[in-house]
Structure formats: C-alpha cells, structure tokens
Write a new protein. Structure first.
Length: 184
C-alpha cells in the first residue's frame, strides 16, 4: 500500500473561530455561530493540491457534557466538508472522565485515521491551537504546528513550528510531507 502524508487540523481555533471566554476557547454551539477563519479555504486547497490528505481531528466534549448535540456538531462538520477541501472530520465526543483512546492528547484519532486512510505518519503534521493537539501529534509520531492564540491556559512545551495562522505554516507542513518522498 502506498502511504500518503496527511495534515491533521484541529477544528475550533484552527479551521473555524473559537469564542474565547475567560481566556479559554470554546467551539461554536450552533451552526449560526460557525465562522471559517481567513486563509483556511486557500490553505486547505493548497494542501490537497500538493497531495496531502486533509483531515480535521477534533475533541467535542460538549456532546458528552450535554451542552450540544451530536447532531449539531455533525451539521457544523458537514458545512466544513462542503466548503473546504478536507477529506474527513474525525470527532471524539467524549470527556476526560470517559478514558477513551480518541480524546486528544491521546493519539487515537490520528492513529485510527492513519490505518483507515493509509497515512504515512512520519511525513504528516498535526496543527493545533492547544497543548492537547500538540501532545497528540507527538504521541502519534507526526510533526506539530502550534497556532498560538494567546489562550490563558497550559501551553505546549515543544512543537515543530509556532505560527499565527495556518496559511503561514504551509511551507513547514509541505517540507515535512516531502521528507522521504520517493523521486520518480
């Protein structure tokens, strides 16, 4: 099987705007609150055109907490799939107390996607705006990009690149995807 590089994008704060309350990010509660961030459509198109799988990997614990429904999260994700050049949205609907393998910082979402989609983890990148995203990337063996949004919470200790926007991280992501690629 030919493995392909992928870029794993966190959803809230990377693909779409997160609302920040008390220094912490929160997802859109409804489809009406969804706002795709500037530069993201172009970044996704360029990543896909370069041959990368574009996979959104998102924790959505508000489902388990009863703050939003799985249906509303699915509606938001469907709009992202319609409007952006992404291949799939992978969702962990659990909270920390559930102890699942898919809730970031555990790497389950990324590892399951690698198996399902034939992803070359060594040439892939996780882009996130929180320490959980970056730790999941490290645990899965992918490079990492930290989009620093200045949240008042724990920060990742190490990452491959710190950036302000996804579009500015493309050279790093594409260079990682080209690493080890065979030349015809």
């Amino acid at each position: 099987m030919n493995l392909r590089p992928a870029v794993f994008l966190d959803r809230d704060g990377v693909v779409n705007a997160a609302s920040v309350r008390d220094g912490r990010p929160h997802p859109p509660a409804t489809l009406d609150e969804l706002r795709i961030l500037d530069g993201v459509p172009e970044a996704c198109r360029r990543l896909r055109a370069a041959g990368l799988l574009v996979l959104v990997a998102t924790n959505q614990p508000d489902i388990a907490r009863g703050a939003t429904s799985a249906g509303e999260v699915a509606r938001i994700n469907d709009v992202l799939l319609e409007q952006l050049a992404i291949d799939a949205v992978l969702v962990c609907p659990h909270d920390d107390v559930d102890g699942c393998h898919c809730r970031k910082p555990k790497p389950g979402l990324l590892l399951d996607a690698a198996d399902a989609w034939g992803v070359d983890l060594g040439r892939s990148t996780m882009v996130g705006d929180r320490w959980r995203d970056i730790d999941a990337g490290h645990a899965a063996g992918v490079s990492t990009v930290f989009l620093d949004r200045g949240y008042l919470e724990r920060r990742p200790r190490e990452y491959g690149l710190r950036s302000d926007e996804l579009i500015h991280a493309l050279p790093f992501i594409l260079a990682r995807a080209d690493q080890g690629a065979r030349v015809p």
